[in-house]
Design a protein around this ligand. Structure first.
Ligand SMILES: NCC(=O)CCC(=O)O
Length: 331
């Protein structure tokens, strides 16, 4: 970091450059544009499953038709990517999770539906078994243990069908060891060498995911917690090891998740690795802000402020449920 030279007061008056909007514009250090945004959406296959998610006011689960409309909106607003999260039929969730690699599962149908109407929009996916797992875990559970290597094989199959359905960016969010290498090898050997991987590299075991689990219908299903695979919120060095490992295994981009409570990690990752770095402003962060805004306790300006904090922390982009609202404002 360069050391700023400060002449003694009154030669230096830092307020000079804050005096007018024009001067403040000239002295602005980071910006936010729609191209910094990835928009996570929930797509349901359940009859009547669409509509507002109570713990995420203003956010709806979409039908396939709704997902196509969202894709049109993203294109119109200059949002470069949509990320699909499936709300799948609870009766078809199993302990073996085979629907995760069914080409006709709701996630893969949504990829194809979006590509049909907006082929230029980048489609990102989620790679983890939880939407299709009877016990709500991201991996296969045997005798109460989330088994790593068998899960990684399942994730690689899931990756292949998503690539075949037309995904541009795969988002492994499972936190198993060795999954990036396995996905990369699966893509390379099957002619999908140009499909990108945005690794959920530093994903913490966080209470801020609560509303997301309501959104995808996983609440109440999870047996135990995810602490044997997601990271301890107390750890920083471990995040660096996770990111280094995922980049070395072939990740093209990396993510820190959640976002606002982990801005220190975002900054360290960007400084250390200079790779495309993203943060996920997760459902609980959305719920906190939106709940307070709707109660009149905070002004809506906090949304932009929160997103600028990611840019200041070095993030190239942000996954945020506020993407369309913010892009509309920036237009
Ligand atoms: N893989 C997605 C999550 O685990 C949660 C995201 C959120 O809470 O918004």
């Amino acid at each position: 970091m360069p050391t700023p030279i400060i002449a003694p007061f009154p030669a230096t008056r830092l307020r000079r450059l804050r005096r007018t909007p024009a001067l403040r514009a000239l002295a602005t250090e980071v910006n936010l544009t729609p191209s910094n945004l990835i928009w996570p959406i929930f797509v349901t296959e359940i009859e009547g499953g669409e509509g507002e998610i109570p713990s995420m006011p203003g956010i709806e689960r979409l039908t396939l038709e709704g997902a196509k409309r969202a894709a049109d909106t993203a294109m119109r607003l200059g949002i470069p990517a949509i990320c699909i999260f499936p709300h799948s039929d609870p009766d078809q969730k199993t302990e073996t999770c085979e629907r995760a690699w069914d080409p006709d599962n709701i996630g893969n149908r949504a990829i194809r539906a979006i590509k049909e109407v907006a082929p230029e929009l980048a489609v990102m996916t989620d790679i983890a078994l939880d939407p299709y797992n009877a016990n709500g875990h991201d991996g296969i559970v045997r005798d109460g243990v989330i088994v790593n290597d068998e899960t990684v094989e399942a994730l690689a199959r899931m990756a292949l069908v998503q690539a075949e359905a037309g995904a541009d960016i795969l988002g492994p969010s499972d936190m198993m060891d060795g999954r990036i290498a396995a996905l990369r090898a699966m893509l390379e050997t099957n002619g999908h060498q140009d499909v990108a991987i945005l690794s959920y590299a530093a994903k913490y075991a966080s209470g801020f995911y609560g509303p997301f689990r309501d959104a995808v219908g996983a609440s109440g299903r999870l047996v135990g917690d995810k602490k044997t695979y997601q990271m301890n919120p107390a750890n920083r060095d471990e995040a660096m090891r996770c990111v280094a490992r995922d980049l070395a295994e072939g990740a093209d981009m990396v993510m820190v998740k959640p976002g606002m409570p982990y801005l220190d990690i975002c900054r360290m990752v960007k400084d250390q690795f200079a790779a495309p770095t993203y943060a996920y402003q997760v459902s609980g962060e959305y719920a906190m802000m939106e709940g307070a805004i709707r109660n009149g306790w905070l002004s809506r300006d906090v949304v932009m402020e929160s997103l600028l904090s990611f840019r200041r922390a070095g993030c190239d982009g942000i996954l945020t449920y506020y993407a369309p609202q913010v892009a509309e404002k920036l237009a």
